[in-house]
Design a protein around this ligand. Structure first.
Ligand SMILES: NC(=O)c1ccc[n+]([C@@H]2O[C@H](COP(=O)([O-])OP(=O)(O)OC[C@H]3O[C@@H](n4cnc5c(N)ncnc54)[C@H](O)[C@@H]3O)[C@@H](O)[C@H]2O)c1
Length: 445
């Protein structure tokens, strides 16, 4: 390449950079969010609130319809807010990717589940990127937010987008930014959770940092997409392994007749070098049970076996069985067999005060109870119906009088624990929800 060609390449790149960064700064950048779920919708609303014109793209027609009618289907996003930004023409939704042609930025927030074999399922990212590539144009910022293995942005996303003729770092700015949203958390939300972002090139990082700084309070740039991808996996692997340790200690304590909750509470009084994690009925949700396996899959390819992850996965996976044993033993102590007994589950969401049942341990526990011939009912103020093993269950208002045992799987604040202890015949508490109540009816994890 001669010097004139090099100069014109640089001019071209800097022109796109200047144009895009100006649009971001003066809020004329047209923002796109692909995947309007738990992550994408709050992000879209945040930018609409800041005055940007935001377009959400989702394949589910029902979500697109609801947004365009000003209705929220995500618990942490009030309908009143969606209604306001839609009425102000700051937010609209579409099911068709042709709108990408009009956009300046795109955040990709599509699912990243595991296949049955525990391998990453990249099909949602690939399909979203292929659709984006059809309408991509020079001068765009594309940020992947879906949790994934290190290398995804560079090895998988970049080639799909570059096939369309754009060049990353020159006329397309590509980043990865891990999403840390914690549904149901009253203190931390999309706006005030610090946002890590890493770009394919320094210019990409700069544009990504500028973009997030417009709507979010604290942005932390890192030097590459791989670092940003690894940050998320470290965070979630850290939680998964420490929960695994807490679960193993709970199993040990149970055998030794020690109250594990009291042990953790006392250990947590140490002002340094200890951070409490709690045992429970098993891992749940879209992140902690899944993300570490993205890392172990990738690290296997790099010749490193992720032994901590495999071990914690094994221990955490045993917890629903441990809970079933607790239920069975508690019933046996009252000379009742599990088969034919009526077991009432309190809480089926994967954590307190949310409506999400994805990967919830309650599903495994209900399945195991069905397998062992128990009659199962449940209560959950956030989950009115539940389909499991081909059976449609409807949430009950309280513990039915016929229940032989109530099992607290999710410690929703709305449950009336005092009445529960008064009325139930037997209670297995997997969350220490009854820590301040003493009764012979209570069996703790
Ligand atoms: N939910 C959380 O608490 C959380 C927290 C941190 C990170 N994450 C990560 O963020 C990502 C998204 O998670 P989520 O909980 O928002 O998922 P979600 O299922 O709530 O939302 C994803 C949305 O993407 C849509 N979608 C799927 N394929 C699409 C496509 N090709 N084009 C357009 N839309 C498509 C779906 O219809 C759905 O509405 C995942 O990688 C997840 O691991 C989630």
């Amino acid at each position: 390449m001669d010097s004139i060609a090099v100069a014109s390449e640089e001019t071209k790149r800097s022109a796109h950079f200047e144009q895009l960064t100006n649009k971001i700064k003066n809020k004329t950048a047209r923002v796109g969010v692909v995947g309007l779920g738990y992550v994408g919708l709050p992000l879209a609303v945040e930018y609409a609130n800041e005055g940007y014109s935001v377009t959400g793209i989702d394949l589910q027609a029902s979500k697109v319809d609801q947004i365009n009618k000003g209705i929220s289907y995500i618990q942490d996003v009030p309908t009143s807010v969606v209604e306001r930004v839609v009425a102000a023409k700051k937010l609209r939704a579409a099911a068709d990717f042709s709108v990408v042609a009009e956009l300046d930025t795109i955040n990709i927030c599509v699912p990243t589940p595991l296949r049955k074999t525990k391998d990453p399922d990249m099909s949602y990212i690939v399909s979203a990127c292929e659709e984006i590539a059809k309408y991509i144009h020079p001068g765009m910022l594309v940020i992947l937010e879906s949790t994934t293995y290190p290398g995804t942005t560079d090895e998988l996303v970049r080639p799909i987008l570059e096939k369309a003729g754009v060049v990353v770092g020159e006329d397309l700015f590509l980043c990865f930014s891990p999403e840390r949203v914690d549904p149901g958390n009253p203190k931390f939300n999309t706006k005030n959770i610090p946002k890590v972002v890493g770009g394919t090139t320094p210019a990409c990082t700069e544009v990504g940092k500028l973009f997030y700084s417009q709507a979010l309070q604290n942005v932390i740039p890192v030097t590459s997409t791989q670092v940003a991808e690894m940050v998320k996996l470290l965070e979630n692997t850290f939680r998964m392994i420490n929960i695994g340790l807490a679960n193993e200690i709970a199993i040990m304590c149970s055998r030794m007749g020690i109250n594990v909750w009291e042990v953790i509470e006392a250990a947590a009084t140490k002002p340094f070098g200890f951070m409490p994690f709690y045992p429970g009925p098993g891992l749940g949700g879209h992140c902690i049970p899944i993300d570490p396996f993205y890392l172990s899959w990738k690290s296997k390819q790099a010749g490193v076996e992720a032994r901590f992850i495999e071990l914690a996965g094994h221990i955490n996976g045993q917890m629903p069985h441990f809970v079933i044993d607790k239920i069975q033993n508690a019933l046996n102590d009252q000379t009742k067999p599990l088969r034919g007994s009526h077991v009432h589950i309190l809480g089926v969401a994967y954590k307190r005060d949310i409506d999400d049942v994805r990967e919830s341990p309650a599903l495994d526990i209900i399945h195991l109870l069905n397998q062992r011939g128990a009659k199962v009912t449940y209560s959950d103020p956030f989950v009115p119906t539940l389909s499991i093993d081909g059976i449609q269950l409807e949430a009950q208002d309280g513990v039915p009088a016929t229940a032989d045992c109530a099992v607290i799987i999710t410690d929703h604040v709305a449950f009336d624990y005092k009445s529960l202890v008064r009325d139930a015949a037997l209670i297995v508490d997997t969350r220490n929800a009854l820590k301040n109540i003493q009764s012979d009816k209570i069996v703790r994890l």
